[in-house]
Design a protein around this ligand. Structure first.
Ligand SMILES: Nc1ncnc2c1ncn2[C@@H]1O[C@H](COP(=O)(O)OP(=O)(O)O)[C@@H](O)[C@H]1O
Ligand SMILES: [Mg+2]
Length: 499
């Protein structure tokens, strides 16, 4: 039987450690290990061709592609791009210098998951609804439950911290007694039933559950009796990462929510879960015993929301570290993959690391040449960082193809835009020849081209039909155009081709 220790009863407590650490409501967030954090090594984005006898030509033209790439990179000035789209209020933007450790550190910090943003954008509606729910319970001195769910990185924990602060401000303004708040991260519990001893410790500090009754039973007893003191306060219990309380029969979750239904319960329960299917499994069961928590779903962030959040976190710096298009690329890819803000932040930090590694090999003087100016994170840095985070077999396969095969894939992506589903090998070859010509690359002959199409068919990238003559075989794409764009956009040559 656990002994319920009685920590001093402060109005706001966050138990974040292994059930023992109690801290004031955080202004700064807990630093957590981030599984999305990617390894930070430099990666050459220009694909090294596989040595193959039949595609010897690929090898000779690789250097050409690289030269073109370099030449074009010099023409582009990402700094100008960034400056153009910046609000005037941010002042001069030219003083970004990635070699300046202080500036680099400040930008990385602003993009760290542990750094609480000064403003939380894109979650006003959800926060408002949670706040109204708590206010309603406090006003009516009514116990109730709220179930919040959403995929990881959708701002649930962050929003809860804000709401806790808002509840505190509100009760102070209204002259109401403080609402005891217990924020529990369920991952910190040694076993799921420990949640009941934590609640009991908060409600009745120093109380020990007697030998014959468990903390849960004690709480059930307490909430079934008329309270002696009419001033007994409500307790706001936030059970974050509630997924950790899932047991086979969902018994702990069930008992927890049922506490709010007892006649003299003082518990305002907010359960926060990442598992979105939990609601389907669990809520009907509760409903059958007349417990109907309100449900608020945090939807995955869209591309525009991710972009806005990133921009918001970077606003306030008197310099620009990212090309706007690079941020947009990050937002688009993360939104398409998961909408997980943690991933977006991690990718941006990784892109900064890649930039850092890139410039560490060159001297400052080189970089003060005519163009580019102070290097910012460009599309290629971001694409590199993204590919480290979102390794997909299709993308990896495309990236590791010899370059002539990549040109064919690129031609196919162009050929099958819109409603066009397939073409003949001859038609695809025409497009391939046009691309080669525009970049003065000597093309492969039709037999070799056809062989390369067969290789791509075997790799699962193209689908080749049967026909007597090679040129009249029908060909279609088996992969998404977006995967091709993503895989190849780090190389300017392909970026231009795919436009
Ligand atoms: N609206 C937002 N504005 C700024 N940063 C955000 C926002 N939403 C999420 N984040 C950041 O993303 C990370 C993950 O958010 P979090 O609230 O922990 O997600 P969840 O609890 O849904 O898994 C945090 O580091 C947080 O700072
Ligand atoms: Mg969370």
């Amino acid at each position: 039987m656990p002994t319920i220790a009685g920590p001093s009863l402060s109005s706001y407590k966050h138990i974040v450690g292994a059930g023992t650490e109690t801290r004031e409501i955080p202004r700064k967030r807990k630093l957590r290990s981030d599984s999305a954090e990617v390894s930070l090594s430099s990666e050459n984005f220009i694909t090294t061709p596989k040595k193959s006898k039949s595609h010897r030509q690929s090898t000779t033209s690789n250097s050409r592609l690289s030269e073109k790439e370099d030449a074009n990179e010099n023409l582009a000035n990402p700094v100008n791009l960034a400056v153009e789209s910046l609000p005037d209020c941010l002042g001069t933007k030219s003083n970004w210098n990635p070699r300046d450790e202080e500036k680099m550190r400040a930008v990385k910090e602003a993009l760290h998951v542990s750094k609480a943003p000064s403003t939380i954008v894109c979650r006003d509606d959800e926060q408002q609804r949670i706040l109204e729910f708590v206010k309603g319970c406090v006003d009516q001195r009514k116990a109730d439950s709220l179930y919040i769910c959403g995929c990881p990185g959708t701002g649930k924990s962050l929003s809860m911290e804000k709401v806790v602060q808002q509840v505190s401000d509100w009760s102070e303004q209204e002259g109401l007694p403080h609402v005891d708040t217990l924020s529990l991260n369920c991952t910190s519990l040694t076993k799921s039933t420990d949640i009941f001893s934590k609640i009991l410790g908060e409600i009745e500090p120093g109380t020990k559950a007697s030998g014959s009754s468990s903390p849960l039973q004690y709480l059930q007893f307490l909430f079934s009796q008329k309270q002696e003191s009419s001033s007994s306060r409500m307790i706001l219990l936030i059970a974050d990462e509630m997924d950790y309380l899932i047991t086979k029969d969902l018994g702990v979750l069930h008992d927890l929510f049922m506490l709010t239904t007892l006649p003299f319960s003082r518990c305002i329960l907010i359960g926060v879960a990442n598992a979105i299917d939990l609601a389907d499994r669990f809520l009907p069961k509760l409903k059958s015993v007349r417990c109907k928590p309100m449900v608020i779903t945090f939807r995955a962030y869209s591309k525009d929301q991710i972009l806005r959040i990133l921009q918001e976190r970077l606003t306030g710096f008197p310099y620009v570290a990212f090309q706007p298009k690079a941020l947009e690329l990050c937002a688009r890819k993360v939104a398409a993959a998961s909408g997980d803000m943690r991933k977006a932040l991690s990718v941006c930090r990784s892109a900064l690391d890649i930039l850092e590694i890139e410039i560490s090999g060159s001297t400052g003087q080189e970089l003060q040449g005519p163009t580019p100016d102070d290097p910012v994170v460009r599309m290629d840095h971001m694409a590199n960082a993204l590919s480290k985070t979102f390794r997909s077999p299709v993308v990896e396969t495309i990236q590791s193809l010899p370059q002539h095969q990549q040109i064919i894939v690129c031609s196919a992506a162009k050929a099958f835009r819109g409603n066009k589903k397939d073409a003949t090998v001859g038609e695809l070859n025409k497009l391939y020849l046009e691309i080669c010509k525009s970049w003065t690359i000597s093309p492969a002959g039709i037999t070799e081209f056809s062989n390369m199409c067969t290789v791509l068919n075997d790799q699962g990238i193209l689908k080749l039909g049967q026909a007597r003559g090679d040129k009249i075989k029908r060909v279609s794409l088996r992969v998404d155009e977006s995967d091709i764009t993503f895989a190849l956009q780090g190389i300017r040559f392909f970026r231009n081709c795919l436009r």
